[in-house]
Write a protein that binds this ligand. Structure first.
Ligand code: CP
Length: 309
């Protein structure tokens, strides 16, 4: 089985079979990461370019490492010092990378739909590394990989997503992906940080209290407050946000010891989650980062035309 599309632009329209294929391939890739050598030649002669118009640590570095571990040429375009600053359009930048032989362009952009525009206009495969408030498919895939690795399955899992749902492309991709895989998703957020029509994204339950969101869940996913995307104040103060919508010892005290705490990062410690949750044995935040490399290796591998290994 292969991926149907040339690009990975979002999880909307991606089948459960394709998600399984990516996660199964990532499982194989993780054995390479766990080996001392961390080196295979699956992408020998291929060129992977990261083109990030927004800041990133995890996503950009993990794509670069994934490409390098598989023998590809990995190049990062530093947008701040590139010809974008001279007014070059996204399409022209993409065509320039195409002309230099890029096989895969990984793009992060503050505008929703930018990866789709690029994908329509260049020959290279395009991977969406986050577009505005739209989707962050590779983050959701690594989150699903981490859940499946721990619980052995996604079907029937109960996942509570708590925080700034409105601005979160991570939440959107996770809701689409998790519901495609048969998981049950509950969300809890200040009403000002909850999009209208939430339930239409999948079978999502919108909760009115933190207690309702956390009850019976297997996974609790906190989200970063995205102050850079807020044009006006959408909650009264950081203190009130952390008190009513943050995860802390008090509101998680009745959860079982097998419940996982997740966060896509970067975390605003004490605002979305207290440090003792972030650093607890039930937190898999660092494991998510490790698994991100395996998932991105799988995507690079599958997009260069390889079938499952
Ligand atoms: N989770 C995530 O996308 O992190 P970065 O912004 O560091 O890439």
């Amino acid at each position: 089985m292969k991926l149907r599309q040339k690009d990975v632009l979002g999880l909307e329209g991606v089948s459960s079979g394709e998600i399984e294929l990516i996660l199964d391939t990532a499982k194989e890739m993780k054995t390479i990461l766990d080996s001392n050598k961390k080196r295979v030649n699956y992408l020998q002669g291929r060129t992977v370019v990261t083109l990030f118009y927004e800041n990133s640590t995890r996503t950009r570095v993990s794509f670069e490492l994934a490409a390098k571990y598989m023998g590809a040429h990995a190049v990062n375009v530093s947008v701040g010092s590139s010809s974008v600053q001279k007014g070059e359009t996204l399409i022209d930048t993409g065509r320039t990378l195409d002309a230099m032989g890029a096989d895969i362009v990984v793009i992060r952009h503050n505008r929703a739909g930018a990866p789709h525009l690029l994908a329509k206009n260049i020959n290279a495969s395009v991977i969406n590394a986050g577009d505005g408030m739209h989707e962050h498919p590779t983050q959701a895939l690594l989150d699903m990989f981490t859940m499946r690795e721990h619980f052995g399955k996604l079907e029937g899992l109960k996942v509570a997503i708590v925080g700034d749902i409105y601005h979160s492309r991570v939440a959107r991709s996770n809701i689409i992906g998790l519901t495609t895989m048969g998981a049950h998703v509950k969300v809890f957020a200040p009403s000002t940080l909850l999009p209208v029509g939430m339930e239409e994204l999948g079978s999502v339950k919108v909760c009115n209290t933190m207690e309702e969101a956390l009850e019976g869940c297997d996974v609790v996913m906190g989200l970063r407050i995205q102050l850079e995307r807020q044009k006006k104040a959408l909650f009264p103060s950081a203190y009130e946000y952390s008190r009513f919508f943050g995860l802390n010892n008090e509101n998680v005290k009745d959860l079982g010891s097998d419940v996982l705490f997740m966060h896509p990062g970067p975390v605003n410690r004490g605002l979305e989650m207290t440090s003792n949750i972030i650093d607890s044995d039930q937190s898999v935040i660092n494991l998510q980062v490790t698994n991100g490399v395996a998932v991105r290796m799988a995507l690079l591998y599958l997009l260069t035309g390889r079938e499952d290994i």
